[in-house]
Design a protein around this ligand. Structure first.
Ligand code: NCC
Length: 276
């Protein structure tokens, strides 16, 4: 395909991907049994704008990084899925402002989403992949995971904790841009939670430091910093087009390659002030 310049890429991300979280009016009426639990306002309406933000990938390579203090110095910090801070503060920091979850984690009872105190800190967000080009009605009839019951139950039990759901169209709008920026055809798998989280924060923040999404010199086959499981696909992708996401992020990096090598750190510009 036709490759973008960084400026064109940023404008495509800003104009073509709808990162606004869902409100009940976005969904068909027959979804009301769960959509009535969605927050009244979108995350974007609630938060308006943040300064310096951090996104912390769950990669094994962040272990022994000692990045915790630097990460904690940000105004808002996004983490993913089951990634803990307790026991790993020196490497990943202590604060969690946002946590982005995939619908598998929310839906499968053995993953203990309803019970684990890990999920009680900060604002939660969830996403579920629709079929490519499905509208919200089709998605609601055929989600990847049947998260409705457990989402509703969590909201009933924790009414004071904000818990948003991303528009399922965002994932494929983002996939289209990843494809357009790639020299070869990529498979039709949705972007990783990591890349969706990066874009979410680019939408909300003036600047976004991302840690260990692009692996540092500590790159390892350990999938996560918090468990011993090894799988190279965690870093390179299989279901998610992760390698292509990482190429795209590399292209937008405002920092230098030394920061990637030593700290796995890239700096993304915020999209708010961008003129397109
Ligand atoms: O592993 P996961 O992702 O929770 O990681 C969050 C994000 O960090 C980035 N990452 C992670 C590991 C690594 N070695 N390199 C990385 O760059 C990725 O951007 C990743 O998205 C997901 O994207 O939702 C994913 O979730 C897990 C799993 O469902 C959750 O951890 C919940 O237990 C998926 N693994 C499995 O389903 C087995 C994973 O494929 C994607």
């Amino acid at each position: 395909g036709q490759l973008f310049t960084p400026q064109e890429l940023l404008c495509a991300l800003k104009m073509k991907v709808n990162m606004n979280t869902l409100v009940s009016a976005d969904l068909p009426l027959n979804a009301s049994s769960w959509s009535k639990y969605l927050p009244i306002n979108t995350l974007q309406e609630e938060v308006k704008s943040l300064g310096k933000c951090a996104v912390v990938s769950s990669a094994g390579s962040i272990k022994y990084s000692k990045l915790g203090q630097e990460i904690d110095a940000h105004d808002a910090i996004l983490r993913f899925n089951a990634a803990p801070t307790i026991g790993y503060q020196a490497d990943v920091g202590t604060k969690t402002t946002f946590r982005l979850l995939n619908s598998q984690l929310v839906s499968r009872p053995e993953l203990k989403f309803l019970e684990d105190p890990l999920y009680k800190e900060g604002t939660l967000l969830m996403w579920d992949p629709a079929q490519y080009e499905a509208d919200l009605d089709q998605w609601h009839r055929n989600p990847d995971y049947m998260f409705f019951e457990r989402y509703s139950e969590y909201r009933r039990k924790n009414p004071d904790q904000m818990f948003y759901v991303l528009n399922p169209k965002a994932a494929w709008q983002l996939w289209d841009i990843i494809q357009q920026n790639s020299p070869e055809d990529i498979h039709l798998g949705p972007p990783s939670s990591g890349f969706l989280g990066i874009l979410l924060m680019m939408d909300l923040c003036d600047q976004v430091d991302v840690y260990e999404f692009l692996p540092s010199r500590r790159q390892t086959d350990f999938c996560h910093y918090y468990e011993m499981y090894q799988d190279r696909a965690c870093t390179l992708g299989a279901y998610h087009p992760l390698m292509y996401e990482k190429n795209l992020v590399k292209k937008l990096n405002l920092g230098d390659d030394n920061n990637i090598y030593h700290f796995g750190k890239v700096t993304m510009p915020g999209l708010r002030g961008l003129q397109c």
